[in-house]
Write a protein that binds this ligand. Structure first.
Ligand SMILES: [Zn+2]
Ligand SMILES: [Zn+2]
Length: 220
């Protein structure tokens, strides 16, 4: 029997090969990182608008998409199958990372007759649950749909994050801060450009600061 995802490698009695399961696992982990990067990207842009003159409401479409992807309510479906319903195609071009992953996780919990934890979904918990269930999912006939869903979410997040893998640049140089610095798009009076931001203290890194950050990493 061939892997349902790559339709290439033989998988014996399951439905997905190890390599495809590993790819899905990597994408899930990166989605967690992308969500962090997108949060850092959306944050300063929102704050920056307050400095503008009242009435100036021009916002880049990319920024709105970031907000959608971070909004748990724009889930785009509560089951793997519904997410693939073509009727949903033009509803909302971008899906929420947390909402979609929580939807997939809930669907798997239903299949396994496990009750979902109380409280609002949390990214770390949903990703952790999905990572733990992937091996079981690989034994289900719908593993290819699940893998497609995660691949699609990952591609969207990657594109919105500037098409770069979420590589941390290093540890924040602020004294006492242990945050990790990620590349983000910064908006200043000169426009939008590449920069970086700490995940904990939210210090921005720009121009010479980026050089200082690199020097600090090499020295440590
Ligand atoms: Zn495969
Ligand atoms: Zn910091």
């Amino acid at each position: 029997m061939l892997c349902l995802i790559c339709t290439d490698r033989d998988v014996g009695y399951t439905y997905a090969c190890d390599r495809c399961v590993d790819d899905t696992r990597r994408r899930l982990r990166e989605l967690e990182q992308y969500a962090l990067v997108l949060t850092l990207t959306a944050g300063p842009l929102r704050a920056g608008t307050s400095r503008r003159a009242p009435g100036y409401t021009s916002r880049s479409p990319a920024r709105d998409d970031v907000v959608v992807m971070l909004d748990v309510r724009s889930a785009g479906g509560a089951s793997v199958h519904r997410l693939h319903d073509p009727r949903d195609a033009d509803e909302q071009p971008y899906r929420s990372i947390l909402g979609s992953l929580a939807g997939i996780a809930d669907w798997i919990r239903e299949e396994q007759q496990v009750t979902r934890p109380s409280g609002p979904p949390q990214l770390v918990r949903e990703v952790g649950y999905l990572l733990g269930q992937l091996a079981w999912c690989a034994q289900q006939q719908w593993i290819d749909e699940l893998a497609d869903d995660i691949r699609e979410l990952h591609a969207q997040a990657r594109q919105l994050a500037g098409d770069a893998p979420p590589r941390p640049l290093g540890t924040c140089i602020v004294v006492g801060c242990t945050g990790t610095v990620y590349p983000v798009q910064l908006r200043t009076v000169e426009g939008i450009h590449d920069g970086a931001r700490c995940s904990i203290c939210h210090r921005t890194y720009d121009g010479l600061d980026l050089v200082r950050l690199r020097v600090a990493q090499e020295a440590s």
